[in-house]
Design a protein around this ligand. Structure first.
Ligand code: FAD
Length: 229
C-alpha cells in the first residue's frame, strides 16, 4: 500500500509562496527550428511595464519550489505584453518548463526586478553575451536610443540562433564561436576607452573572464551579470 507523509511545513510554505505569486497567460510559443531556443509571448496584466527603464527580469515558477529568471523584451506597456527567449538546448527545470508551454497556459511569477543594466544615455552601448543572453541584448537595444548607438557580439555554439536573430529581429551582432574569437574580435573594433560601455551577461565563467580581459585592455566602464553556473 502506498503511504504519503503529510509535511505541515512544506504545505505552509507552498500555500505562502502561492499567495505571493502573480499570473500571466501564454499568447504564443515558437520553437526556433534547429536552434534550441523557445520564444514565448506573454500577457502580464499585473505588470506595470511603464516603469521598465533598466533591463528587467522576471522570476518565474517553473516547478514546485523551483524558480528561474528570464528577461522580457519587446514589451508593450499599453497591452501589457512582452516576449521571452529561453535557451532550451540543455536539460534543466527552466528549459524543460519552457519547452512544454502551450498557448493559453497560465504562467506564475514571484517578482519582476531589474539587472541595473540601463544603457548609458550618450556613449556607445556594447552588449556581449551567450545563448542565454539573446533576450537581454534585445531589451538593452530596445532601451538604447537611438538604436544606432548599440553594438555587440554573441558567443553561440549553434549558428542557427544568430541567423534567426537576424531574420526575426533584424539584429546583426558579431557571432563568435568561443572566447578566444571574441577577444580577437574586440581587438579589431574601434571602441574608444572613454566613450564605450560594456554590458556582459551569460554563464558566470564567461562573464568574469571577459571582464578581466576588457580591464586588461584598458576598458573600465563594464557592467556584468552572471546568468548561470
Ligand atoms: C537576471 C537573469 C536573467 C536571465 N535571463 C535569461 C533569458 O532571458 N533566457 C535564458 O535562456 N536564460 C536566462 N537566464 C538564465 C536562467 O535563469 C537559468 O539559469 C537558465 O535557463 C538555466 O536554468 P535551467 O533550469 O534550464 O538549467 P539548470 O537546472 O539551472 O542547469 C542544468 C544544467 O544546464 C547547464 N546550463 C544552464 N544554462 C545553460 C545554457 N544557457 N547553456 C548551456 N548549459 C546551460 C548548467 O550548467 C547545468 O549543468 C537569466 C538569469 C538571470 C540571473
Amino acid at each position: 500500500m502506498e503511504t504519503t507523509t503529510f509535511n505541515p511545513f512544506k504545505k505552509a510554505a507552498s500555500l505562502l509562496s502561492d499567495r505571493l505569486l502573480h499570473s500571466g497567460s501564454v499568447l504564443d510559443v515558437r520553437h526556433w527550428a534547429g536552434a534550441g531556443m523557445t520564444e514565448i509571448d506573454l500577457h502580464l496584466p499585473e505588470a506595470d511595464m511603464r516603469q521598465w527603464q533598466d533591463v528587467p527580469y522576471i522570476k518565474f515558477r517553473v516547478g514546485p519550489f523551483t524558480y528561474r529568471d528570464y528577461t522580457p523584451f519587446g514589451w508593450d506597456a499599453d497591452t501589457s505584453t512582452c516576449s521571452l527567449l529561453i535557451d532550451t538546448g540543455h536539460h534543466g527545470a527552466g528549459s524543460d518548463w519552457a519547452k512544454q508551454l502551450m498557448v493559453q497556459d497560465t504562467v506564475q511569477y514571484l517578482k519582476i526586478d531589474f539587472t541595473r543594466q540601463s544603457p548609458h544615455p550618450t556613449d556607445l552601448v556594447v552588449g556581449i553575451g551567450d545563448s542565454s543572453s539573446l533576450a537581454h541584448l534585445l531589451a538593452l537595444r530596445q532601451l538604447t536610443l537611438p538604436q544606432s548607438r548599440f553594438d555587440g557580439a554573441l558567443i553561440l555554439n549553434n549558428p542557427a540562433q544568430a541567423e534567426l536573430l537576424r531574420d526575426y529581429f533584424g539584429v546583426q551582432l558579431a557571432n563568435l564561436r568561443d572566447q578566444q574569437q571574441l577577444v580577437e574580435w574586440l581587438a579589431k573594433q574601434p571602441f574608444c576607452e572613454q566613450h564605450s560601455r560594456f554590458y556582459i551577461t551569460g554563464g558566470n565563467s564567461l562573464v568574469s573572464s571577459l571582464r578581466q580581459e576588457l580591464r586588461a585592455n584598458g576598458f573600465r566602464q563594464i557592467r556584468v551579470k552572471g546568468f548561470w553556473e
